[in-house]
Design a protein around this ligand. Structure first.
Ligand SMILES: Cc1cc2nc3c(=O)[nH]c(=O)nc-3n(C[C@H](O)[C@H](O)[C@H](O)COP(=O)(O)OP(=O)(O)OC[C@H]3O[C@@H](n4cnc5c(N)ncnc54)[C@H](O)[C@@H]3O)c2cc1C
Length: 402
């Protein structure tokens, strides 16, 4: 089995397959440890997936513990939602996940870049051409799993992209600052403000005076300027302006941006709502953010990337157990992904908050007065309640009345 991409999706898939005795070669175009542009926030679904893989303890031993999400609205103040949370820079998280996959028996090679799948005359992939330092080699495999993340070149070469434009673009900074007035070191701050629409800003503490500060613009796929920034790059100037606006409208972020030491500033596209790509074709399966496994509205994706990677691995294992054909395995995988779809669609609906930040004012204002709604918000964080339900006619009525 050839798995391309050693992010959370690829490493999770490799772990499950390797521990079941499958011969797995996991490759990445970057040598590890490698930087990945991310907010580094580990929300409850990530904890669950890490637990399933048997690596939660190892991650929490290195992560900065966090007690609550703080929703910061423009006019209604803040609301704390407690939950099982942590922050760990991806450079370290992804290394732990990769080490775990290797410990379970996967082989790893990097920097190996997928150039293109190799197809037999019937159009079924039988391996891939990968390059290393300009040398191209052919790797034959009974199946290629693409876990190549939100940047689309590999998926384009495999012929799986149905929408080039990303769902969102985001910019994150690592800032080191000795003091951070008004900023608890044990909460993930999400900030909605009219100047940040259609998106939000965040400040996540990594511990030891290091902060991950960023802004994301959601709803990119609804814009009309023709896919110009399919890789998120053409809009990085706008994102820089948005980050400055974040500093002006949220004082703790402003303090960090003004007085902190900027260690790194990078942007990246996000692909959300299980849209934008097919999950496979003969001989190829795709998983993680490559198939849009990141949630719209919040941009959380580490947990769901692992979940889809595990689903891909489980479909392959079921196929082996039952002697199913290659196509049946893909159908099985697509069916498991389809079960996740309604949850993703509700997150897309909740994206209304990013477009209309007055909705955040309303939710925070109501929740501060309603124990029922505060419980709902906590359920939302723990994935027992989907935020999209708040933005149905019934949910909206309950929001105003309970
Ligand atoms: C700014 C920002 C902030 C975010 N904040 C959060 C957050 O706080 N919490 C959260 O849960 N999610 C967050 N996300 C989403 C999260 O980063 C993604 O959902 C997650 O990384 C997806 O995992 P993945 O394994 O699918 O892809 P990735 O993590 O992107 O891994 C893909 C891997 O594939 C490799 N690759 C790509 N092409 C090739 C090729 N041709 N050959 C070989 N290797 C290749 C890459 O080098 C990479 O290592 C954020 C995203 C962004 C952009």
């Amino acid at each position: 089995m050839l798995i391309v991409g050693a992010g959370p999706a690829g490493s999770a898939c490799a772990t499950v397959l390797a521990q079941a005795g499958v011969d797995v070669l996991l490759v990445d175009q970057q040598p590890f440890p490698r930087v990945k542009v991310c907010g580094d926030g580990l929300v409850p679904d990530t904890h669950l997936a890490l637990q399933r893989l048997g690596v939660l303890e190892a991650v929490l031993a290195q992560a900065h513990p966090v007690r609550a999400v703080r929703c910061v609205s423009q006019r209604a103040g803040t609301l704390e939602v407690p939950g099982q949370l942590a922050v760990l820079p991806r450079e370290r998280l992804d290394q732990i996940l990769l080490d775990h996959a290797v410990a379970r028996g996967a082989q790893f090679q990097a920097p190996w870049k997928l150039e293109e799948p190799i197809d037999d005359p019937s159009g079924r992939a039988i391996g891939a051409r990968v390059s290393q330092a300009g040398q191209v080699r052919e790797v034959l495999a009974d199946r290629v799993v693409l876990a190549t993340g939100g940047r689309i070149p590999a998926m384009l070469k495999a012929g799986l992209v149905t929408q080039r434009r990303p769902s969102a673009v985001a910019l994150r900074a690592y800032l080191r600052c000795a003091d951070a007035p008004g900023l608890p070191t044990d909460s993930l701050d999400f900030v909605w403000h009219a100047r940040l629409r259609p998106g939000y800003g965040w400040v996540f503490p990594c511990g030891k005076g290091l902060y991950n500060v960023g802004v994301g613009v959601f709803d990119r796929h609804r814009d009309s300027d023709g896919g110009r920034d399919a890789e998120g790059s053409a809009s990085s100037g706008n994102l820089r302006q948005l980050l400055d606006a974040f500093g002006r409208c949220y004082a703790p972020a402003g303090h960090l941006l003004k007085h902190g030491e900027m260690l790194e500033l990078r942007g990246a596209p996000l692909r959300c709502t299980l849209t934008g790509a097919q999950s496979g074709r003969p001989g190829v399966m795709a998983t993680g953010e490559a198939i849009g496994s990141t949630y719209d509205f919040t941009g959380e994706g580490i947990g769901k990337a692992m979940e889809t990677g595990i689903l891909a691995a489980e479909a392959i294992l079921r196929g082996r157990e039952h002697g199913s054909g290659e196509a049946d395995v893909r159908v099985d995988y697509a069916a498991r992904l389809a079960e996740l779809r309604p949850r993703f669609e509700l997150y897309a609906r909740a994206n209304a908050v990013n477009r209309h930040p007055w909705l955040a004012d309303l939710v925070v204002w109501r929740a501060r007065r309603s124990a029922h709604l505060r419980r709902r918000m906590s359920d939302m964080l723990e994935e027992r309640f989907n935020p999209g339900h708040l933005f149905t006619a019934r949910g909206f009525w309950k929001l105003l009345t309970r």
